[in-house]
Design a protein around this ligand. Structure first.
Ligand code: SF4
Length: 216
């Protein structure tokens, strides 16, 4: 197993935020809704909207049957409202082609409207507990710093970077899913873009960027 995995997962076990889409009773659909909402909106703004949304439309079928005006109103101030309509389109496809249940297979998730590589991988890990390679800006920043000694990754994700990220993901499903959540959380809470808190970081003693004196 890659040397980063154990310390980062252990840190996550202690410091993970208690978020409703991580609660034991969550559904795969709820996880997908959270991921779409979180794409361009911070957690603090998403959380109350997600709670109200899931109470009103707990399943894909509920959302598929909703009026588009209601959907846009409920999306409220999350921003980029096209995401709400794409999510409803996704819900309709789930109802029409998958009997109302999100498909378990990552490739089938990727074929749904509005679902990109990141979201399909995130749902596979966080909702299904299966191995996938989840790469968002937080994960990219942590790996660029800890493994490559760079302040930030390249502007665009390359195939080579994706492969390197995949090399770190453990083989077994449960640890892989945990690692994906853990490294993302580390980037969100500790290894932030502007003010990394290396004193609170579980990989500070091996982080190449820190050991190199944090070059710009
Ligand atoms: S030691 Fe600092 S820069 Fe390196 S991964 Fe941890 S928080 Fe980020």
């Amino acid at each position: 197993m890659h040397a980063l995995v154990e310390p980062v997962v252990a840190w996550f076990d202690e410091h993970a935020r208690d978020l409703p889409w991580r609660a034991p009773g969550r559904t795969a659909w709820g996880v997908l809704v959270s991921e779409v909402m979180l794409q361009q909106t911070p957690v603090a703004r998403v959380e109350p909207v997600w709670r109200a949304w899931m109470q009103r439309w707990p399943t894909a079928a509920d959302l598929a049957a909703a009026g588009p005006d209601d959907v846009l109103r409920a999306w409220g101030r999350l921003g980029y409202p096209r995401r709400a309509l794409r999510l409803q389109e996704c819900a309709r496809t789930v109802v029409e082609h998958h009997g109302g249940e999100l498909p378990a297979d990552e490739a089938a998730l990727l074929a749904l409207p509005g679902i990109g590589t990141y979201t399909a991988a995130a749902v596979t890990a966080f909702a299904r507990g299966r191995r996938s390679v989840v790469v968002d800006t937080n994960v990219r920043r942590v790996l660029a710093r800890a493994l490559e000694g760079r302040a930030l990754p390249d502007p665009h994700l390359s195939a080579a970077e994706l492969r390197r990220a995949g090399d770190v993901v453990p083989d077994d499903d449960a640890t892989a899913a945990r690692w994906n959540a853990a490294v993302m959380e580390l980037g969100a809470l500790v290894c932030t873009a502007r003010a990394p808190r290396c004193g609170a970081c579980p990989v500070a003693t091996t982080c190449r960027w820190r050991l190199a004196g944090m070059p710009a």
